[in-house]
Design a protein around this ligand. Sequence first.
Ligand code: NAD
Length: 292
Amino acid sequence: MPTIIDGNALAATIRGEVAEKVADLVATHGITPGLNLLLVGEDPASTVYVRNKGKDCENVGIRSTIVRLPATATEDEVIACVQAWNADDSVHGILVQLPLPKHIDEHRVLRTIDPEKDVDGFHPVNAGKLMIGLDGFIPCTPYGVLEMLTRYNIETSGKHVVVVGRSNIVGKPLAMLLAQKRSPGNATVTICHTGTPDIAEHTRRADIIVSAVGMHGLITADHIRDGAVVIDVGINRITLADGTTKLVGDVDYAAVAPKASAITPVPGGVGPMTRAMLLQNTLTAAIRKARQ
Ligand code: NAD
């Protein structure tokens, strides 16, 4: 049977480590890390995500402030909010919950965030730093995957990693990170996407497969070779025969797990790690500020 990579347990460990370091920062510098979250509109999923992120902060001693603007808020109002937080020294991290209403230019808003407070790692400065191997902020999901690989002692150096999905927040940054000459990393990385005619042709040669697509059942037993490591980033809600719904990943877990050497479940895999890494990034932002 494969090693089940337990994202819940790992995230709890990371939260414990962050809480200790937050207490240390308060004791030594009198600084309480602060994360400000902006929610525009009333999308139910976004509302839950933001509330959970706020609760996560409180649990580790990070101060969190949630500001809600109506769906009718203008782009300038959103930008003014971000600019005020940029100028506020008690705010170490800024998170604008995506997606924003359609009339607002998401890229313009993200570009307004001070890169030193960009704990989601979506600002072009942080994307650029990631690309050339400088310390910035790594987007939380790729960061969580790296932590999983590190803490489960999964070697990436010299391995062939296939990342399925090329989004700016998961697939692309993760592929870049794993290709870099450091640990974890130093892998030969293939990126598959909607333009790839035969994904299985690539994934079958992979030592490590990361699927970040959002399509349940995309990765089947036929897509992997014996002993591969399978990281499932996908989150999909499916309706069962009895009408109830269930969260599943991209991977056909029951069929793939027996062939894998290690695998992440959904839920309880990458999801909790993403949440934990936001706390780590906020702490990092506060520590960097304290050292200035
Ligand atoms: P996205 O829609 O921005 O990107 C999906 C990518 O998959 C695209 O690059 C696209 O080219 C590729 N793709 C789509 N269909 C494909 C196919 N049939 N074959 C190959 N490639 C295909 O999504 P995203 O934001 O990167 O998220 C991907 C998935 O991961 C979603 O299910 C999302 O809910 C989930 N997600 C999970 C976490 C987490 O914490 N676990 C975090 C972020 C996203």
